[in-house]
Design a protein around this ligand. Structure first.
Ligand code: 5GP
Length: 137
């Protein structure tokens, strides 16, 4: 059996959290770091390492709750937008190795949180890259 991570401990009630939603399979709670007001995490209660290794049925349940929390962030908190993201593996910024989806409300300028995606397409063979994907999906 794998060693309990911090989210397994939250599920088991060994670490407290501010719960937003709970059912048999899914738990949602406030992220302790609040990169913006209302920053939430949605997790499966059962342990899976990350989004990529989670069974489809469980992943769908988690994403369903993430969508609802995103909708509520806009309706109730007055967010102007929301980032829904899941980091997979250390290289992508995953620090807790238990599948979780961040729901990060966005309020516009001055909120102190930024995702910047630069254009790094120069030199890439996009038709070949697309073909590679197509042949493996
Ligand atoms: P990751 O970097 O793995 O995508 O995100 C992990 C998130 O878990 C971080 O945003 C971090 O603030 C949050 N986190 C870590 N430990 C705890 C905790 O004990 N309680 C809560 N509520 N959030 C936590």
């Amino acid at each position: 059996m794998h060693e309990k991570d911090v989210f397994c401990k939250i599920v088991d009630g060994e670490i407290p959290c501010y719960k937003l939603y709970e059912d048999d399979d899914v738990l949602a709670f406030l992220d302790i770091s609040q990169v913006t007001k209302g920053h939430a995490l949605v997790i499966p209660k059962k342990h899976y390492d990350n989004f990529l290794s989670t069974p489809q049925e469980v992943m769908h349940k988690v994403m369903d709750v993430a969508q609802r929390i995103g909708q509520v962030s806009i309706k109730l908190l007055g967010a102007k937008g929301v980032n829904i993201l899941s980091n997979c593996y250390k290289e992508a910024g995953q620090s807790v190795m238990h599948f979780h989806v961040h729901v990060i409300p966005r309020y516009g300028e001055g909120e102190g949180f930024e995702i910047s995606m630069k254009d790094n397409s120069k030199g890439l063979n996009l038709p070949a890259l697309a073909e590679q994907f197509k042949n493996n999906l």
